[in-house]
Write a protein that binds this ligand. Sequence first.
Ligand SMILES: Nc1ncnc2c1ncn2[C@@H]1O[C@H](COP(=O)(O)OP(=O)(O)OP(=O)(O)O)[C@@H](O)[C@H]1O
Ligand SMILES: [Mg+2]
Length: 241
Amino acid sequence: MATSALSLEQVDAYYGDSHVLADVSFELGEARMLGLLGRNGAGKSTCMNVAMGLLPPRRGQVRVFGKPVGGLSPELIAASGVALVPQGRRIFKSLTVRENLIVAARKPEAGASRHAPWTEETVFGIFPRLKERSSQIAAHLSGGEQQMLAIGRALMGNPRVLLMDEPSEGLAPQIVAEVMTTIRKLKESGLSIVLVEQNPKLVFDVADDIVILNTGRVAVVSTPADLNKDGVDLRQHLGVF
Ligand SMILES: Nc1ncnc2c1ncn2[C@@H]1O[C@H](COP(=O)(O)OP(=O)(O)OP(=O)(O)O)[C@@H](O)[C@H]1O
Ligand SMILES: [Mg+2]
């Protein structure tokens, strides 16, 4: 694989005494998209929390473009070029759309980004609906618009690595298609992306690499093409879909 944008290396993570990730390793290549799959409670969000510094790993390492960041604060990890679109969006509901974007603004690392820096205007360029609603309180947005705002807010941090935790959750199929089109464009712009999903159909089209978690362990590391070819029984790891 070319340059590694993000890697988890033999990560063990706990919530209190509860051992949630065991020996988890995977690698996201630069400008690639990794689809992280697994059923409810498999540990997908926990991997994102560890990568973002929200939950320090008890063992193992996290690297961003080769630099060890395991155990650093979320602020320092964000400064090294990682942004998270959290599950459930978590936008600031009492702020306006524009304010949600402004508070997340961060200059890109010098020379790090292939893309022109993200600004309010360029975010409004990919999400025109947000521009129309820029002065509205975020609580009044539809679910789809809130998801767009969550993505826009992450982009305002000018990341090199974008972590997206179930961006399709709770959205109507047509809105999911719109969000997926945007995600595809972001990948084409050179961003390295982890796309967490429960539904493999959504990620198999867009991801270069697939990692499947099962009860806190990596069960499968593969590509969509190989998974189709080998006829791996995904139901074993993902349940019915
Ligand atoms: N804050 C927490 N405190 C204690 N246990 C937690 C906490 N968050 C998650 N867990 C537990 O850790 C395990 C992994 O949860 P995680 O949220 O990473 O799963 P997930 O794969 O993201 O699931 P989902 O698809 O439902 O979002 C689950 O057993 C969950 O109950
Ligand atoms: Mg989750």
